[in-house]
Design a protein around this ligand. Structure first.
Ligand SMILES: [Zn+2]
Length: 277
C-alpha cells in the first residue's frame, strides 16, 4: 500500500484584479517505503521565475526539492519515476535533478509543448523540453499514450483538459484511492462548485457537475467529462494550488475541506507561512 505526502516547495505571487494572489506550488511523494515516486517536479527557483515571468514568490528549484525530500530521508536518486501531470513551468521543471529517474509523460503533452495553444505559450519553457529530450529512452524518459498502470496501486488516467496531454495518477492507499489531480481542477471549488465548504461563492446550478478552470486547451464539455472520469475512479481528489490539501494521506483524509479558509490567499502572507507546512 502506498502513502502520499504533499510537499510544498514554494509559492507564486500572481497579480489578479488589483490584488496579489498567493499560489502554493506542490509536488507529491508517493511511497510504500521501498519504491519512491514523485508526481510533478515543480518550478525552478524564484529568482529565475522572476527573470522569466516577472512574478515573485518564494522557494522552488533544486534546493527546495532536496530539502523536502530530505525531510523524508530521501535524495533525488531514491526516486525511481517522475510522473509529470503536464509540462507547465510550475509542474515540470527541475527534472535535471533526477538524472537516474525515469520521467513519465504523455507523448501528446510533449508535442503540445512544442506548439501550445496560443494563450498557453508563456507556460511552456524551452529548457524544460530540452532537458526531457536529452534523456536516454526508455530508461530516462517514457512517453505514454493514454491510460496505463505504472505499477500495481498507481493507475494513471489521460485527461485532456487544461492541456491535451494532462494525466492524473490515482494512488491506492490503506484508506482508499487518492487522485493527484493537479490543474485538472487546482482548487476544491472546481470539483465542488455548489458546496459552501469548497467555495465562498457556491453556484447552485452547478451542483451536478464541475467547473473547468480558466486556462483551457480543450472544450468545457471535454474538461467536465475528464473530471467526471477521475471522480469515477477515485475516493478523494487533491488539487495542486489549494492551501487546504491534506499533507499526508491516508493519515489526513478528506474529500472536501471543513471551510473555505485557505481557498484563496493574498499577499502579504503571514510571517510564518513561508516556512510552515
Ligand atoms: Zn499549475
Amino acid at each position: 500500500m502506498f502513502e502520499v505526502h504533499s510537499l510544498r516547495i514554494g509559492e507564486l505571487y500572481l497579480p489578479q484584479g488589483g490584488k496579489i494572489h498567493r499560489d502554493p506550488v506542490h509536488v507529491w511523494l508517493v511511497t510504500d517505503g521501498r519504491q519512491h515516486f514523485l508526481v510533478d517536479s515543480g518550478m525552478t527557483d524564484i529568482a529565475r521565475i522572476e527573470e522569466m515571468l516577472k512574478v515573485s514568490g518564494w522557494g522552488g528549484g533544486h534546493a527546495a526539492l532536496r530539502a523536502r525530500l530530505a525531510e523524508h530521508g530521501l535524495t533525488p536518486d531514491d526516486i525511481s519515476h517522475l510522473i509529470l501531470t503536464h509540462m507547465h513551468f510550475d509542474h515540470a521543471d527541475n527534472t535535471d535533478l533526477f538524472p537516474n529517474s525515469c520521467v513519465v509523460v504523455q507523448r501528446e503533452e510533449l508535442f503540445h509543448a512544442i506548439d501550445p495553444t496560443p494563450s498557453q505559450r508563456p507556460f511552456f519553457k524551452g529548457h524544460i523540453m530540452a532537458e526531457l529530450l536529452s534523456r536516454k529512452r526508455p530508461k530516462g524518459l517514457r512517453l505514454v499514450d493514454g491510460d496505463f498502470d505504472l505499477v500495481e496501486g498507481i493507475q494513471v488516467l489521460h485527461v485532456p483538459s487544461h492541456t491535451p496531454g494532462m494525466q492524473v495518477p490515482i494512488v491506492t492507499t490503506a484508506k482508499g484511492k487518492v487522485a493527484l489531480v493537479s490543474d485538472l481542477g487546482d482548487h476544491y471549488k472546481y470539483w465542488y462548485p455548489a458546496d459552501p465548504r469548497a467555495t465562498d461563492k457556491p453556484t447552485r446550478y452547478l451542483s451536478d457537475t464541475f467547473l473547468p478552470g480558466p486556462i483551457r486547451s480543450e472544450s468545457e464539455r471535454d474538461w467536465a467529462a475528464a473530471m467526471q472520469r477521475v471522480m469515477d475512479h477515485t475516493d478523494i481528489v487533491v488539487p495542486a494550488h489549494d492551501f487546504r490539501i491534506p499533507t499526508h494521506m491516508p493519515e489526513d483524509w478528506w474529500a472536501i475541506p471543513d471551510s473555505t479558509e485557505g481557498d484563496i490567499a493574498f499577499v502579504p502572507p503571514q510571517q510564518s507561512d513561508a516556512i510552515a507546512f
